[in-house]
Design a protein around this ligand. Structure first.
Ligand SMILES: [Zn+2]
Length: 236
C-alpha cells in the first residue's frame, strides 16, 4: 500500500516534459549530420528519412542519410560522414535492437545500428530510429531517470541483456547527473524502454500507457513525447 502511494504521487506529478540530456557533445546549430548507411535498401533509407522528420523544427540540425553502393565508395563514406549507421534485420517479431553513441563526442567516428523490417516501415522500426537518433543528439535513457519508479528498474535486472550502465537509474548529485539537463520523469519518452506493469501500476498509469500497451506490456513510444520535445529545445 505504501508502495502504491509512492507510485501515485509520482503519477500525479507527471509533467508534460521529460528527461535526461547531456550538456556536452551537442551538435553545433546548423550542422547537417551526414550518416553513411551500410547494408540498406531504398525502403530502409525512405524509412530513416521519414522517421527522422519528427526532429524537424525541434533541433537546429538536419540528418542526411547517404546510401552508397558497397565497396570503395561506402568505405570512403565512412570517412566523409560524421556517423556510420548499419542496418540489420529482425530475426523474430520482438527483435528490434539498436545502439548509438550519445552526442557528438567522437570526431567523425559516431557509430549506430538499427533493426528494420525489410517489408515495412513499422512502429518498431520507427521507434528504433527515433530512439537512436535521440541518443545521437545527446539524450540518455528515460528509464535511468533518478525518479523512475522502482518496479520498472527491478524488472530490467532479470529480463534484459543490456549492460547495467544502460539500465540502472542515475543517482541524483552524481557526476553523471551533474553533466545532464534533468527535467521531470516522463514515462512516454521515446528514450524509455518497454516494461511490464501489473494491476496496481495500471491504475496509476492507465491513461498514459494504454494506447502504447499490449496487455500488461508497455511497448514504449515510437515518436517524441511532448517532454522529449521540451528537453531537446532546452538542450539546443
Ligand atoms: Zn537506447
Amino acid at each position: 500500500m505504501k508502495l502504491a502511494m509512492a507510485f501515485f504521487s509520482i503519477a500525479l506529478a507527471l509533467p508534460a516534459y521529460a528527461g535526461l540530456g547531456q550538456r556536452r557533445g551537442l551538435w553545433r546549430p546548423g550542422t547537417t549530420i551526414r550518416i553513411n548507411v551500410l547494408k540498406s535498401t531504398p525502403a530502409d533509407i525512405a524509412c530513416l528519412r521519414n522517421a527522422a522528420e519528427v526532429y524537424r523544427g525541434i533541433v537546429p540540425v538536419t540528418f542526411q542519410f547517404n546510401a552508397r553502393p558497397p565497396g570503395l565508395r561506402q568505405r570512403l563514406g565512412s570517412f566523409a560522414d560524421q556517423v556510420t549507421l548499419t542496418v540489420r534485420r529482425p530475426e523474430h517479431s520482438r527483435d528490434y535492437l539498436g545502439h548509438s553513441y550519445v552526442g557528438n563526442m567522437t570526431f567523425f567516428k559516431e557509430a549506430m545500428m538499427v533493426t528494420l523490417d525489410p517489408q515495412a516501415c513499422n512502429a518498431a522500426g520507427r521507434r528504433i530510429i527515433v530512439h537512436e537518433l535521440g541518443h545521437l543528439l545527446g539524450l540518455h535513457h528515460e528509464h535511468q531517470h533518478p525518479d523512475v519508479p522502482a518496479f520498472i528498474t527491478l524488472q530490467y535486472q532479470w529480463n534484459m541483456n543490456a549492460p547495467a550502465d544502460q539500465l540502472n537509474p542515475i543517482a541524483r548529485g552524481s557526476d553523471l547527473a551533474r553533466a545532464m539537463y534533468i527535467t521531470p520523469y516522463d514515462v512516454l519518452s521515446v528514450m524509455h524502454y518497454e516494461f511490464i506493469y501489473g494491476p496496481a501500476q495500471a491504475a496509476l498509469f492507465t491513461e498514459d500507457l494504454l494506447p502504447l500497451s499490449q496487455g500488461t506490456m508497455f511497448l514504449a513510444n515510437s515518436t517524441l513525447s511532448e517532454g522529449d520535445v521540451a528537453l531537446l529545445r532546452e538542450m539546443y
